[in-house]
Design a protein around this ligand. Structure first.
Ligand SMILES: Nc1ncnc2c1ncn2[C@@H]1O[C@H](COP(=O)(O)OP(=O)(O)O)[C@@H](O)[C@H]1O
Ligand SMILES: [Mg+2]
Length: 146
């Protein structure tokens, strides 16, 4: 049976380390390596930072709902907000590598979603009324060298 852990934080940068600490505890218990946990921390931090910066902005207070689902073969982390949505185009992000990009494009945004795809096994994004980012990492998958 899958196990769920839920966490709700104010959508402010200073609370994101609580998500990282929680993630460490859960992923460590699930048997992920430190390297895998570091990768997940970066991906989850990018998703939460996007909520702080793009969903609610400076003036609109809001919350981030994070859920961790432990499955037999890995973990699924959902990062949800009820802020401003955006038009997500999966094809553009999945296939793109940094080598295909101009340096100017890389530095002017889009790196967060790129990192999530690079560091996790599966990334799903639903943006309508708010946004939900679903990140999955499988246990025991060796990193492929690029
Ligand atoms: N939770 C979110 N709410 C609203 N817009 C978002 C959210 N996450 C991502 N976005 C949109 O997707 C874009 C790309 O995100 P990202 O790859 O992290 O680049 P950056 O944050 O540097 O702009 C953002 O600029 C923003 O327009
Ligand atoms: Mg970002």
């Amino acid at each position: 049976m899958n196990s769920f852990i839920h966490l709700t934080i104010p959508a402010r940068a200073e609370f994101i380390d609580i998500v990282r600490l929680t993630l460490f505890g859960i992923a460590n218990k699930a048997g992920f390596s430190y390297e895998e946990i570091e990768d997940m921390k970066v991906a989850v931090t990018e998703a939460c930072t996007n909520v702080v910066l793009h969903a609610y902005g400076n003036s609109r207070p809001g919350e981030i709902e994070i859920s961790f689902e432990l499955e037999g073969n890995g973990i699924t982390i959902r990062i949800k907000d009820e802020g401003t949505s955006f038009k997500y185009e999966p094809a553009g992000n999945k296939s793109v590598t940094l080598h295909d990009k101009e340096l100017s494009e890389v530095t002017s945004g889009g790196l967060g979603l790129f990192m999530m795809h690079a560091l996790m096994d599966k990334v799903e994004i639903f943006s309508g009324r708010g946004t939900e980012v679903i990140l999955t990492k499988l246990l025991g998958r060796k990193e492929e060298m690029a």
